[in-house]
Structure formats: C-alpha cells, structure tokens
Design a protein around this ligand. Structure first.
Ligand code: KG4
Ligand code: ZN
Length: 353
C-alpha cells in the first residue's frame, strides 16, 4: 500500500509518500517547508502567520511530493493528515487538503494523531517491534509511555509544566540564540564547559516518571540578570549547562521508566526516543548508555524524522490503514488530543482479531 501524509500542525508544511514495501518500508518522497523565517522576528510561532503560510504552500508542496514519488492521486491507497494536537488553523488547512484529495480520488482518509505519528516513526525507520518504551520529547510534549500496539499507549509520566523542547526554546530566547532553541543551544554548547553554572534538575532522584522544567528557565534568567554573558565562551558554557541539565532530567526520569518497563513487559526489548528533542546528540548518547546498561536496545530515528515531517504522518496512516482504521470525511480536527484513549481499545481488538 502507498499513502500520502500531510503535516501542518505547527510551523512546518510537510508532505510525504510512504509505501509498505517488504522487507522495509520506503519513503518515496518527503518534502518540508519550514516557516522559521516567518516566525523568527517574533521569537516563537505565531498561529495566524502559520495558518496563512500553510495555506499558501500546501497545494504546490503536495504536487511536488507526488511528482518526486512518481505517483498520481489514483495510485494512492489512502490520504493521511495530522488532525491534532496542534494549532487549529494549520490543522484545518492540512486536513481539508487531505479530505479534498481523498474525496476526489475516492480513497480512504486517515486522521492521524501527531503524537502517535512521532511514536510510530521508529517502526518506519528501524522496524521496532511492540511493545517498546518511548520517550517522546517535542516542542509541546514530554512523555514517557509504553507503545503496546497501534492505538495502544500507556502514559507513564508527563511534564508538569514546560515540555523539554519548550525548555530549550525559552532558555535559548533568554540567551538571544533565536528560534527554534534546541538546535541553537546544541550548536552553541559545543566546546562549552557545563560545570561552570549550576542549574536545577527538578524531580531528579524522585520516584515516578513525571518531568518539570520551569525551574530551569527561572534559574537561567537569574544567572543572566546577575551577570550578562559577555562573549561567545560565556554563551557556550551556559548553553552547555542548559543542555546537560535537560538531558540529566530526561535521563533520570527515563531510568525509572526503564526499571518499571523491564518488570512489566519482559518481552519488550527496546527504548525509543522520538520528537524534535530526540534529534539532540547528547541526549541520544545518554539514552543509548542507559538502555545498554538495562539490557535494552536503543533506537532514535534519524534527526530529520525526529523533528516534524510528512513521512511520519504517512507511516502512521499506513499502520492504521492496515488495521482498517480509517476516518469519515467529517472527522474533526482536535487541537487537544491526548495519546492514551486515542482509539477505543475495542476497535483495535476487533480490527486485529
Ligand atoms: O517534534 P517537533 O519538531 O515539533 C513539535 O511537535 O513540537 O519538536 C520541536 C522541538 C522544538 O522545541 C525544538 O527546539 C526541539 O524540538 N529541537 C531540539 C533539537 N532539534 C529540535 N532540541 C534539542 N536539540 C535539538 N537538536
Ligand atoms: Zn512534533
């Protein structure tokens, strides 16, 4: 089967065509237009600007994606779009485009949960088998969860305040490093000496799998107002301290989840990281070491499949299409759409039995 996937939930307009070729699925085309330049002057994503930019670009992007994949609308087996969670204007643009194509070509439409798409990407990139433990860290979400099957997610912990990506973005803004903050901090931190600044690791050492990052932002603001960074080496040291503090917190909470997962899911063999923050090299190394120490494999998709992209939406669409989980053309967009409770368990059991 072959599916077109459309992603417009935040500040990337993206489209991709993915097939379920054996033994490995193939990304036939994967195009993205990032709106960084449009939002940069404001230091963050402006929903109205994002919606207009999606609308301006979506048709041309889909056309070029199909051209590059060498398929026509009629050769598709389904059309998937991110239907939430995210910014409502962008979600409407992407789902309306997908529904229009699905209706015109008489193909099934699949309303994809953006978080589920991040969660399933390791199956596209590396064929990871269920069940696996997932650290999902993006600009809007930080969660530890068990992925037991398509539509079967058990959330073990979430952020009590900012998401991990938000912690990168907000501290980068304080440092004047621009948006998005994660890649900017990662680059600025190279060669920096993190030990020069002591930053909090909220909840570290406590039971459970919840996160907290808001104390970090306050601490960074305080350091900057006490003694503004004077040169590139001050910035590098502070950026390295921020990156290390976020990685320490994520690794500590993930270690608790790994211990629990090993006891509850003895057949589970893999720790997976996904979402934009999983593109961070220091975090990937930490998680790989942590998994190895617990006897688990570690998988993080290539960085370009960690940050938002169309291939992950097409792949989630394919996985759902295989189970017969398609959606009506009046399916709503869902600006809030938690991952557990994504699909009624009975529907999944009926489709797989
Ligand atoms: O998954 P994503 O592209 O969009 C959302 O669903 O939110 O994640 C974007 C987030 C941003 O907060 C960005 O700063 C962060 O991922 N990010 C990174 C890196 N690349 C992107 N954080 C740390 N290191 C990176 N290399
Ligand atoms: Zn995302």
């Amino acid at each position: 089967m072959i599916v077109l996937g459309i992603e417009t939930s935040c500040d990337e307009t993206a489209a991709a065509v993915v097939d379920d070729h054996e033994p490995r699925p193939r990304i036939r085309a994967n195009l993205i237009h990032t709106q960084f330049a449009e939002h940069a002057p404001y230091g963050g994503v402006v929903p109205e600007i994002a919606a207009r930019a999606h609308l301006d670009r979506i048709d041309g992007l889909i056309e070029r994606t199909l051209d590059e994949a060498g398929v026509s609308f009629h050769e598709l087996d389904g059309v998937a779009a991110a239907a939430g969670p995210g910014l409502i204007g962008g979600l409407l643009v992407g789902t309306m485009a997908a529904k229009g194509i699905a209706w015109a070509a008489q193909k099934p439409f699949i309303a994809v949960n953006h978080l589920e798409a991040h969660a399933l990407t390791a199956r596209l990139s590396d064929g990871v088998a269920f069940p696996y433990l997932l650290l999902l860290v993006s600009g809007g979400h930080s969660q530890l969860l068990v992925c037991a099957g398509v539509g079967q997610y058990r959330v073990l912990g979430t952020s009590r305040d900012d998401a991990a990506g938000e912690a990168f973005d907000k501290t980068a803004k304080l440092l004047g490093l621009g948006y998005p903050g994660g890649p900017a901090i990662e680059q600025a931190a190279r060669g920096g000496a993190p030990a020069r600044f002591s930053l909090p690791r909220p909840l570290k050492g406590r039971d459970g799998c919840d996160f907290s990052f808001s104390g970090l932002k306050t601490a960074v603001r305080q350091i900057i107002s006490d003694r503004p960074p004077r040169d590139a080496s001050d910035i590098a040291d502070l950026a390295a301290a921020i990156e290390l503090a976020i990685c320490d917190t994520l690794a500590d909470r993930t270690a608790n989840a790994v211990a629990w997962f090993r006891g509850q899911y003895p057949q589970g063999a893999t720790l997976v990281a996904a979402g934009g923050v999983a593109a961070n090299q220091r975090l990937r190394q930490r998680l790989m070491a942590l998994a190895a120490a617990a006897g688990l494999g570690f998988v993080a998709p290539p960085p370009a499949l960690c940050t938002d992209n169309g291939a992950m939406i097409a792949w989630a669409g394919l996985e759902r299409l295989h189970l017969g989980l398609t959606d009506a053309l009046d399916a709503p967009v869902r600006p809030r759409w938690p991952l557990d409770g994504n699909v009624p368990m009975t529907a999944v059991m009926a489709a797989t039995s």
